[in-house]
Design a protein around this ligand. Sequence first.
Ligand SMILES: O=C(O)CCC(=O)C(=O)O
Ligand SMILES: [Fe+2]
Length: 247
Amino acid sequence: MTRTEQPFSLILPSDPVCKTLYAEKENKVQSTCEVLRSGMILLRNYLSLSEQVEIVNICEELGIGPGGFGQPGYEDGRKLQLQMLCLGRYWDPQTRYSKGYGFKVPQIPDKFISLVETALEDSQSFIKSEEDQLPWMSPNIGIVNFYTATGRLGIHQDRDESWDSINKGSPVVSISNGDSAEFLYGDERNKLDEVVLKSGDILIFGGKKSRNIYHGVKAIIPNSAPEALLKASMLRPGRLNLTFRQY
Ligand SMILES: O=C(O)CCC(=O)C(=O)O
Ligand SMILES: [Fe+2]
């Protein structure tokens, strides 16, 4: 991964007093649980405003430090259209999972581990049929992506984890913050459904039927982030997505 010349900051310069005031004005929207397909669950509005602000702050702290955000790319110079921060293990499209190069990869903060585990527990208790049930996992790797308004992520499968993890359908847990994304998914690369992932949503996909789905981010919807989040966190325009898995 090429480290950007200047460390990449998620946050716009702001007045700290104003931040606190907005963070206190919490207005939690009702969350819902939706089965998109067998093994694919969307927890809508799952995160409160203060949880979203905390996620931005934790990612900012890790992201501007050593081993922080960078724009990963290929040997031929092509780059992914996003800024990436790896947790637990380094990943880039060229070398896949590796130890990284000359910097320590930050560990997944405990806050994120417990958030992922709670979301997975909630999904498991929502799923009634044995056949559609999601296997348990405790995350040890995470990827944080920041997309600006022109950011996107090509259609791919998540298949760089261990054979054991993929084979048992260990779920991927994806947390969205900031601007919404048009997210594509399906069994075939050329036949995809679309769902809009919004700030505070958690998407989970796993099990035999959905762990290997093709998916990608078609587009970011500009100016769609909740105003309260922007005011409370000073997150720059764009989308912050965190995905967690067990290696
Ligand atoms: O940003 C997203 O919603 C998807 C991220 C993703 O697919 C990945 O990191 O593998
Ligand atoms: Fe992915």
